[in-house]
Design a protein around this ligand. Structure first.
Ligand SMILES: *Cc1c(COP(=O)(O)O)cnc(C)c1O
Length: 346
């Protein structure tokens, strides 16, 4: 059976390295765990190693962490939907927001639950995902200051998600200037793993004092050009899949070619007869384009829902395991798949 080998020590190592590095620049980091689909073991390790606040995009996962007895506080990253407000108040301590209506619903709900909820108001800075313009944020903040059960925890921006916009020195300076209009906020949250290059290369952090980091902790990569962050582990997650067929076959199919299982007309390069293996994972479990084989002599040829097909230049046997490093997209699907066994190493 295919499995994902999760090295908890390496994940924690990456978290602590980034935390220490950011601290030198007076930046606090909130680890983001949304790519691991509610994995309790990973979250528990982060808690034990000092993560006072943990971020996730799904309230479903946060509820699971709370029910499992994790004592960290939680930051909900995806803007709350109307139907989940009572759970947002019940299980998360802070949430990213951009709608005045939703914020006042959170306030009412928090009053009922006798709680206080921290709002991080998102500012649109060019990447065109969540957030409102500065003027609107100012109006919303004035309403928040009048509410009893929500308070303005901070303002934030997000980059390199929809528009691929770089969190440049200029953007960080602008956000810092905007922040001066919001008295008594704790966080000026500059962004995500795409901000690491800026944090490392810029001398002046202006007023930015908070980042939300996911991929850099899990995979050891900054996310503008997916470069290795010095000192971090790149192999905290290894996918191990089992060979269920190994045969020599032609590199081009025999017959008239129409659509494949996913509606595309495939193209092939004629390399004569090749050795190919079929592995027991498919598109339901993994993004095949996001896998890097650990052994050099293996090349991914394609995948259907339940099969991954690779070219393999050395002899292998049915039952052998082949290993791959997943990228973010592949890992997201692997962790969500109920068909892949999760195993933990140190
Ligand atoms: C996912 C997410 C993050 C973390 O992003 P990484 O690129 O994984 O570091 C931060 N903020 C928001 C709003 C997110 O949705």
């Amino acid at each position: 059976m295919s499995e994902i080998k999760i090295n908890l020590k390496k994940i924690v190592g990456n978290y602590l390295s980034l935390k220490e590095y950011a601290k030198k620049k007076d930046i606090i980091i909130t680890p983001v765990v949304k790519v691991v689909a509610g994995d309790i073991n990973i979250v528990q390790r982060l808690e034990v190693n000092g993560a006072e606040i943990i971020g996730d995009s799904r309230i479903y996962n946060i509820r699971k962490f709370k029910k499992a007895g994790i004592n960290s506080k939680f930051l909900l990253l995806r803007l709350p939907a109307k139907g989940e407000i009572s759970e947002v108040v019940k299980y998360s301590d802070y949430s990213l927001n951009s709608s005045a209506d939703i914020i006042s619903m959170i306030d009412k709900e928090a009053k009922m639950q006798k709680k206080h909820h921290g709002i991080v108001l998102m500012i649109e800075m060019g990447d065109l995902r969540e957030g409102v313009c500065f003027k609107k944020a100012l109006e919303i903040s004035k309403r928040i200051y009048k509410m009893d059960n929500v308070y303005l925890k901070g303002i934030g921006s997000n980059f390199a998600c929809y528009g691929g916009v770089v969190p440049s020195d200029n953007k960080m300076r602008t956000l810092s200037e905007i922040a001066e209009n919001f008295p008594d906020i704790e966080w000026i949250s500059g962004g995500n793993s795409a901000n690491i290059c800026w944090m490392r290369n810029s001398d002046n952090m202006y007023k930015i004092n908070h980042l939300r980091l996911g991929e850099s902790i899990m995979l050891g990569l900054e996310t503008l050009s997916r470069k290795h962050i010095p000192g971090l582990h790149l192999d905290s997650f290894i996918l191990s899949a089992e060979v269920i067929e190994f045969e020599k076959k032609s590199s081009i199919p025999d017959g008239k070619i129409s659509q494949d299982a996913f509606g595309k007309v495939p193209k092939f390069k004629d390399e004569g007869i090749i050795s190919r293996a079929i592995l027991d994972v498919g598109r339901q479990d993994v993004d095949p384009d996001g896998l890097t084989p650990i052994k050099k002599n293996i090349k991914i040829l394609g995948a259907s829902s339940d099969h991954l097909i690779v070219k393999c230049d050395s002899k292998i046997l049915v039952g052998d395991k082949l290993e791959f490093i997943p990228n973010y997209s592949a890992l997201l699907r692997i962790m969500t798949s109920v068909y892949i066994k999760k195993s933990y190493t140190e």
